[in-house]
Every structure is written in C-alpha cells, then in structure tokens.
Design a protein around this ligand. Structure first.
Ligand code: ZN
Length: 298
C-alpha cells in the first residue's frame, strides 16, 4: 500500500497529486486507540449442527460469556477483543487478533466428560464444567493479553497462557479458587487414571506441555499460592513432595511476572468489584529461593 501511494505521488499532474494525497491519507495507519477498560465484546454464534443447540442454550442461560466478559473488563486494552463461541468443525480454542474463539465441539467434549455426581476428590459436576470452561477461556485470554499488552515472554507461550489462566483462577478467594482449580484439573482425569503413558517421541515436540505436565503445573501453582487451602494436593499424593517443595517459588515467579507486566494494565477498582477484592497482595521482587536439597548419599 505504501509503495502504491509513493508511486502515485511522483506524478506531475495536480489531479493525480491530489489523489495521492487522498490515498496517502487513506493509507495512514489508524491512530493508536486509547487503552481503556470494558474492551471485551462477546458473541454467541448460532451453531449449524442441531446437536450443539442445547449447549448454546445452556451457555446462554448461565450467562457464560457475559461472566467472562465481566471478569476481563478491568483490563485496559488498546482495542476491542471479541470472545466468541462458534461451531468450528473440530474441538479446539484459539486466539487470533482480535478474537478468542471457543468451539462448541470443545465445550461439548467438556460436557460429555462431566462426572455424574461429586467425585471422591470433592469436585462437583458444576465445578467440573465451570473450572474447565474458565480454564480454556482464561488460557486463550492469556494469549490475547500477552499480544495486546505487548508482554515479553520467557519460555513457551503455552506454558505462560496456562500460568495466566491459573493465576486468574486464584484471584477469586479461597473457596472459589479451590473449586475452579479442582474443576480445571478434572480435564486431566483420564491421564491421572492411567499412570503409565506411552507416546511416540514426536509427542514431545508439541508446543503445549504434555497433559500431565500441565496437570502438575496447575496443582503446583495452586499449592504455591496457598499451601493451606491446597495442602491435601500433597497429602493425598496428587502433587509429589519433590515438586511441591518448589511450588511457592514457581507461583511467586509467575505472580511477579503478572504483577510487573500485566497488573499495571488492570483497573484495580473495577477488578476489586469484579473479584470481590480478592487480588493477591503486591509483589515487588522475586520470591526467595527454597533451602538447598541435602545431597543423597550414593
Ligand atoms: Zn494456547
């Protein structure tokens, strides 16, 4: 476009020169929009397949997208961000500027996986659906925030998006955080129930962490944030002691990154209203390292 305009601008005639001015004006990038809150738009796209209609009806009746819109409304963004549910032809979810897309096929998989009753870990069917829905939306919102707020990332974007989603879940006070984390962890139930995993070597090239790594990361962040509320994750053997030991630091580093790079773009008063004042305390430096592990005699 710019090259086209400059070629026109070389013309000697007034008419063409005038056109060039008009073209140049049209070709100018849009002025940067002011970063502000309440940038989240939502859209329930009607599914083509009748099998997803009841899913959409349920999602609308529970104000699923409206709730997520409210939760992300305190983020001051430079442009609008649309959160959309639609039929995709595959079970997936993704962010492509300026839209987060959640497929009905993905939500349907969640619906089909729900427990019939409260699990032995205390996860209710409601927690399982809310936690998994929150987890996928917040993960994609994480990608969107890193992009729209120009956040530099060390490490893999998928791990960072998981950490963002987990930190968001931990903002809602002990009870809600516990229910959301438990519900999100339920998405890995098939892996937890099959402790021996055999995969082709290529599986390790995936941009996402392996499902069980994501499961342990989720639990570790939660335990690191609140070792009382999530103590049973360790005592019941879901989170191995060797990993649990460092979780306070793992959580602390992610929380430090969040607060240094994203929190300045969050309207605190609005966030307090949305999350009932449950924002975690200020963090201004890296967490202390844990004591060294004693050498094991060989
Ligand atoms: Zn992702």
């Amino acid at each position: 476009m710019c090259e086209f305009v400059s070629r026109r601008a070389r013309s000697a005639t007034t008419t063409i020169a005038l056109s060039a001015v008009v073209l140049a004006f049209v070709a100018l990038p849009a002025p940067a929009q002011e970063a502000r809150t309440n940038r989240i738009q939502i859209e329930y796209v009607p599914p083509k397949s009748p099998e997803y209609q009841s899913l959409l009806d349920s999602l609308k009746a529970n104000h699923g997208l409206e709730k997520m819109q409210e939760i992300f409304s305190p983020f001051r963004l430079p442009g609008d961000l649309t959160l959309r549910t639609t039929e995709c032809g595959m079970a997936n979810a993704w962010y492509q500027r300026p839209t987060v897309t959640i497929c009905y096929e993905y939500l349907n998989d969640i619906r089909k996986s729900l427990p019939a009753e409260t699990t032995s870990q205390g996860i209710t069917p409601t927690d399982a659906v809310l936690g998994q829905f929150f987890y996928v939306v917040a993960h994609e919102m994480g990608h969107a925030m890193f992009d729209m707020l120009n956040v530099p990332l060390w490490g893999r974007a998928e791990d960072a998006a998981d950490q963002f989603a987990t930190l968001m879940m931990l903002q809602f006070g002990k009870d809600s955080a516990r229910r959301l984390i438990g519900g999100a962890a339920f998405s890995y139930k098939n892996y937890v129930n099959n402790p021996k995993v055999v995969v082709p070597l290529e599986a390790f090239s995936e941009v996402h962490g392996a499902p069980m790594q994501r499961f342990y990361n989720l639990l570790c962040m939660a335990y690191g944030a609140d070792r009382e509320t999530f103590a049973d994750l360790v005592t019941n053997g879901y989170l191995p002691q060797a990993r649990a030991r460092n979780c306070r630091v793992e959580f602390g580093e992610a929380n430090f990154a969040f607060q240094q790079t994203i929190r300045p773009s969050v309207d605190r008063d609005l966030a307090k209203k949305v999350m009932e004042g449950a924002w975690l305390p200020d963090v201004l430096e890296h967490p202390d390292l844990p004591p060294p592990v004693p050498e094991q005699p060989k």
